[in-house]
Design a protein around this ligand. Sequence first.
Ligand SMILES: [Zn+2]
Ligand SMILES: [Zn+2]
Length: 165
Amino acid sequence: MASFLCYCGSGKAFISCCDPLICGVAFAQTPEQLMRSRYSAYCHHDKNPQCYDYILQTYHSKVRPEHSQSDIADFAKAVRFIRLKILDDASLTTNQVHFVATYLVGDKLEVLDEVSDFELEQGHWMYCSGVLIKHPSMKLSRNDVCPCGSGVKFKKCQHPLQACN
Ligand SMILES: [Zn+2]
Ligand SMILES: [Zn+2]
């Protein structure tokens, strides 16, 4: 597989960033790493169906029953994540991550702005839940420059990976 920059925006190659976590050969050392890998799993799902199970299994067991692989797959297939930003708020605890993920649903640009809570379970970081900060969705017209950063018009954009940072 060709080496490409990780979806999560770390600047590292996917194969040495989030991929080993998704494949279960390494574990997240911090809540932020887990959050990044779950984001990357949503981006990479069409190339590795293991991504759905990874997202499910990295929910804390106390909330996992509220989720299912099919719900996760439906969401992953309906959206196109284009950017992740991790915010370093002074108010966060060591169990929290504030992130802003931008994604497309059809011709709408949505922003998922969330302060997430994580907990250790049997020595591994798990995602529990998050508090959302609401943003209005933005409708894109076909001639707008795509918000993914490619510089290409929305109607023609393929959202190249290297533009996803
Ligand atoms: Zn990554
Ligand atoms: Zn694009």
